[in-house]
Design a binder for this molecule. Structure first.
Ligand code: IPD
Ligand code: CA
Ligand code: CA
Length: 257
């Protein structure tokens, strides 16, 4: 039953989240994955391991797709958990307090529920299919701002084209921001802290939970042409409150990515 899994996931994220919170001052050992920009710490691996161990113990026949330790190529099945143990690893590695845990549960590749926990602020964003989105115990909705000039728009990676986009947003919105954590940036759209998040070349584990949380909060998720997408289409994503979606797509499309 997905409901039982949701209750289990809530408790698990709270438990492992409070451990991550306690690690605030612990020394991070940084290693590199594919290149010097692709960081991982011992805690990314340990946190993932704890999730995997707990899920396997409770639901041994479920599938687990996760960022680290060779679990990133796993094919989804009828019951699949998708884990990003720490999203915003570079921030975490430096002690910058913008990072989170992202855990989602999918059935036949469709999102059923998602959880995003920010240890520094003790905020747990969650959503269950057709049940709305929550921040801790309170229901959340995307913001009602409908004017770019009054909006905060966050963007993802720092490629050259993203810098051009940043410049363009600088001229057209109240404040563009680059925060370094796709999951939390999306959750911020769901909570109405910002109006949109523009993601580029993401992976399913970055946004598996965010996708359902933003939608359940009344937001819109599309590619950069404005077409509704599944969470698996992670190349060019736009998460927004839905009120300036077209204008944002037009702005993004003036840049040659
Ligand atoms: C990264 C962050 C970042 C995004 C990258 C992701 P990680 O995830 O979400 O904001 O721009 O594409 O890989 O490595 O910190 O889990
Ligand atoms: Ca990530
Ligand atoms: Ca990660």
């Amino acid at each position: 039953m997905p409901r039982k899994r949701f209750d289990f996931a809530m408790q698990l994220v709270k438990n492992i989240g409070s451990e991550l919170k306690r690690l605030e001052k612990a020394e991070r050992i940084i290693s590199y994955k594919t290149n010097e920009l692709d960081l991982v710490t011992q805690f990314d691996l340990e946190i993932q391991e704890e999730f995997v161990r707990a899920i396997i113990e409770k639901y041994p026949s479920d599938t687990i797709l996760a960022e680290e330790k060779g679990l990133s190529k796993v094919k989804p099945s009828s019951a699949t958990w998708i884990i990003d143990p720490i999203d915003g690893t570079a921030n975490f590695a430096h002690g910058l307090p913008l990072y989170c845990i992202s855990l989602a549960y999918y059935e036949n590749s469709n999102p059923v529920f998602g959880l995003i926990y920010s240890p520094k602020t003790d905020e747990l964003f969650s959503a269950f299919h057709n049940d709305g989105a929550f921040l801790n115990d309170s229901k959340i909705m995307v913001s009602r701002r409908n004017n770019l000039k009054e909006s905060i728009i966050t963007i993802g990676t720092s490629t050259l084209s993203s810098m051009e986009l940043l410049n363009l947003l600088h001229e057209n919105v109240r404040r563009p921001r680059v925060l370094g954590t796709a999951a939390l940036q999306s959750a911020f759209v769901a909570a109405g802290y910002s109006e949109a998040f523009i993601g580029y070349r993401l992976n399913i584990w970055d946004i598996a939970a965010a996708y359902i949380i933003v939608k359940e909060a009344g937001g819109k998720v599309t590619d950069w042409s404005g077409k509704e997408i599944t969470p698996w289409e992670t190349e060019k994503m736009l998460f927004s409150n839905g009120l300036m979606h077209k204008e944002l797509c037009s702005l993004i499309n003036t840049i040659d990515f």
